[in-house]
Design a protein around this ligand. Sequence first.
Ligand code: FAD
Length: 393
Amino acid sequence: MDFNYPPETEAFREEIRAFLREAVTPEYLEEQRTMMVDRDGHGPATQRFVDALRERGYLTLHWPKEYGGQGRPVFEQAVFAEEMARAGASTYIVGSVGLNMVAPALMHYGSEQQKKEILPKIASGEINFCQMFTEPEAGSDLASLRTTAIRDGDEYVVNGTKVFITWAFHANYGYLLARTDPEAPKHRGLSLFMLDMKSPGVEIHPLSLIDGGRHGLIYLENVRIPRANLIGEENRGWYHAAITLDFERAGIGAVTRNEEDIKRLIAYARTTERNGQRLSADPEIRKGLLIAYRDSRITRALAMRVLDIQGHGRVANSEASELSLHSRLATGRTSETKALVYGMYGQLFQDTPYAVEDGDGVQSWWRLAGRHAAGTIEIQKNIIAQRGLGMPR
Ligand SMILES: Cc1cc2nc3c(=O)[nH]c(=O)nc-3n(C[C@H](O)[C@H](O)[C@H](O)COP(=O)(O)OP(=O)(O)OC[C@H]3O[C@@H](n4cnc5c(N)ncnc54)[C@H](O)[C@@H]3O)c2cc1C
């Protein structure tokens, strides 16, 4: 495996850098600093930035050309994510579920009519999805979900509850996983749908998480979905949903963001004194900073391994879980070090008097909420044990 990017990606890196120099404005960075996109949506500067990304095809870099994408190789997609992170920009935007999750499933399993109609609307931002999978009794064990979608002529009638739904307040469609065959074994009776969020019987309640994000608790009562909105085959939804894994790109943007974060933390500790002593001279802090630095190097190595696998056209499975597990544990350790570095003032929110490093300490704790999404730490361990090491369930 190669730890470097192929040399031919460098021209593309230059193109992205030139674009970002123009497009990342102080107004955009201020919105990124103070707003939370899943709570507030896009501010005007963020909207302008997202439009510029869209115009240049950067939001559909990973889509094949035949579907209107750029068909860029895996390494160029990674370079894009890396440069975005370095510039303080983000593709965590309203619409990312459609672009990264629903579109791949449609390309593989959608009807010709759906591909023709829906893919261009996802690309243009006219259709934005939220992912409606988790339920109060089905999170890690998703296949045991209870929301039913029962056929009634040319429609399905849906009843159930979905919880923790990011973008619930900004999406016009839900990417819904529901049980269409209650008699079948649990993985086999599920189907995927496009749900118009304005349909009668859809009730969305706000659910605020510790990080300030606003998610949705969604009740579905006798909601009617036209049969044409079934994605792929009936009762094959579980397997269709898995296809999005092929499109995951090692989260290299997050790796770079983390590296920049640790650089700033080390610089702060080297230049700040407490009780007449430089913070970086404190043995506990030194140890924490070394661990944070070491963790960031390991995270990059694991991410490059996943990229290498994907670059060779294979699907990273337990390797992706190793990366995910390590980076989730590392963010916890770094947050503990930040508590030592920032001291008592580290508990103050950004924009309050005496806040340190723009409230970075408290924000780091909040962000740990994200460690639960897309498979918890224990679930990643189970995947590594079973699929990576061949241990029994
Ligand atoms: C920030 C955030 C955003 C989210 N966005 C969405 C979204 O947009 N759409 C959506 O559908 N869902 C979303 N979720 C939900 C997320 O997918 C679930 O929280 C996650 O799958 C875990 O499910 P749970 O919360 O029900 O926890 P549970 O599955 O109940 O787990 C509780 C604890 O038990 C452990 N555990 C569970 N099973 C096992 C096992 N077999 N072995 C060992 N330990 C186990 C877990 O690791 C965890 O510590 C989001 C969650 C968060 C935090």
